[in-house]
Design a binder for this molecule. Structure first.
Ligand SMILES: *Cc1c(COP(=O)(O)O)cnc(C)c1O
Length: 463
């Protein structure tokens, strides 16, 4: 079947897809006449479309393929596990060897105190689980008014009703009247875009203070938790000033809010640390994991639950936790996650990103600051952003925002490079296997795309 399907042509796939496939985050009506591009194959850090054209993937799929494509070790453990035990549930006082083993490994590699894990299949469902657990916890504690979860404008936590409500993207809220009651948002710590005349350190404290203001407005007795990505990913790789997280941590402690660190992107070496909470000194009560957990080879998410909450919901008064998914702790996904973590360790990729390749990427990206369009570059490890602006001195963006980013992204694609654009910010999140040579190749392609973008922008009279 798979062999026969491969004999189809690009045009046939595009026609089938256009007629029947509704795509996520897509204006279906505005798709071009030929429909979408077809990615057919991948190897290492290169994608190949259905016509055999090669693309350097600087985005690790969708922030997830940390080990790169074509890793036979991962395919092998999936195959073996499917033969051994392809599926069994974890509901009725039952487990499977991979689910048990992975739980111990995750408890070991995540920060101290996060010793229990609840499994799902996506970052979105993991965040839904956390929303329920946080409310359940406060109910069990007899503090039944502590319900509201505070997130940030432009935060991203997934697409289910609760996860999209935790997130703060207005264009997501616009679909189906979100946020749900009990979810509110405060300012994001985006110094480059919103910091004005403040120094990054001052702005970090100001953005954190917005949490205290919101808690006092709602009443601490009504606030359950604060949720944030250590670094906002989809929102534009927003790396908060160093002053931000310590202050958030202090405020949550003072007013007794649970801290939720959504590490779906940041986890598993992306920032040069196993988890970004280590770098920012976040002490989460919940940690959301997905994406890099399996390098995207199979769906799996994990909610790491801190001692404070676990002792209550799994304690003598906890009772039955009526929540779970058919595929919670799926044995094949768990087996792949175990192998993924083993390979990350064996190949020393997290340390390499921290000590060598991350700093090299940062250094080379700085060179782009001489380009007329580039206002700022920022990275931590292997997650980064390039801000395209109209006026560098004034930190002034193009209006309407978003068009220059789209032009640049299209030039990247046309020249064999995959980068994503949010607003006019180019985002990168390469596989952790990149060497200095990959960084050099990326720089060459990026410089070319930026030059072509500049030509277009001038032609349009925008600069
Ligand atoms: C992608 C993402 C999610 C959602 O994960 P899905 O697997 O797409 O449901 C949640 N949080 C963050 C920070 C993400 O980047």
């Amino acid at each position: 079947m798979a062999q026969a399907a491969r004999r189809n042509s690009t045009a046939e796939w595009q026609a089938q897809d256009l007629a029947h496939h509704l795509h996520p985050f897509t204006d279906q009506h505005a798709l071009p006449g030929h429909g979408v591009r077809v990615i057919a194959r991948a190897e290492g850090t290169y994608l190949f479309d259905s016509d055999g054209r090669r693309l350097l993937d600087a985005f690790a799929g969708l922030w997830c393929v940390n080990l790169g494509y074509g890793r036979k070790e991962l395919a092998k453990v999936a195959y073996d596990q499917m033969i051994e035990l392809p599926y069994y549930n974890t509901f009725f006082k039952t487990t499977t060897p991979p689910a048990a083993e992975l739980s111990k490994i995750l408890a070991d590699i995540t920060p101290k105190g996060l010793d229990r894990v609840f499994y799902g299949l996506s970052g979105s469902d993991a965040n839904d689980t956390i929303a329920r657990m946080a409310r359940h916890y406060w109910n069990l504690m007899g503090k039944k008014t502590k319900k509201t979860i505070i997130g940030r404008h432009n935060g991203y936590h997934g697409s289910t009703m609760a996860a999209a409500s935790m997130g703060g993207m207005t264009y997501m809220h616009a679909i189906a009247d979100l946020p749900l009651p009990g979810f509110v948002h405060i300012q994001q710590p985006y110094w480059y875009g919103e910091g004005g005349d403040l120094s990054p350190a001052e702005f970090g404290r100001k953005a954190a203070k917005a949490l205290e203001d919101k808690i006092l407005e709602l009443g601490p007795e009504n606030c359950a938790a604060f949720v944030g990505e250590p670094i906002q990913g989809a929102g534009g790789v927003i790396i908060p000033p160093e002053t931000y997280w310590p202050e958030i941590q202090r405020i949550c402690k003072q007013y007794d809010l649970l801290v939720i660190a959504d590490e779906v992107i940041c986890g598993f070496g992306r920032t040069g640390y196993w988890f970004a909470s280590e770098h920012f000194k976040i002490e989460p009560d919940f940690m959301t994991l997905a994406k890099g957990l399996t390098s995207g080879y199979l769906p799996l998410s994990a909610v790491m639950v801190g001692k404070r909450v676990a002792d209550v919901i799994a304690g003598d008064k906890g009772g039955e936790f009526n929540h779970g998914y058919t595929y919670s702790g799926h044995p094949v996904s768990c087996a792949v996650a175990i192998e993924n973590i083993r390979l990350l360790r064996e190949e020393g990729l997290v340390t390499r990103v921290h000590n060598e390749t991350g700093p090299y990427l940062a250094k080379r990206l700085q060179e782009l600051k001489d380009h007329p369009l580039v206002g700022e570059v920022r990275t931590l490890g292997f997650i980064g952003a390039i801000e395209l602006v109209k006026d560098k001195a004034k930190r002034q963006f193009f209006k309407p925002v978003g068009e220059v980013g789209t032009i640049c992204r299209d030039h990247c694609f046309a020249n064999g490079l995959v980068m994503r654009a949010t607003r006019d910010t180019m985002l990168l999140s390469p596989p952790l296997l990149w060497t200095a040579a990959h960084v050099d190749e990326f720089m060459e392609l990026t410089r070319k795309a930026l030059d072509l973008t500049l030509t277009d922008v001038k032609k349009k009279g925008w600069l």
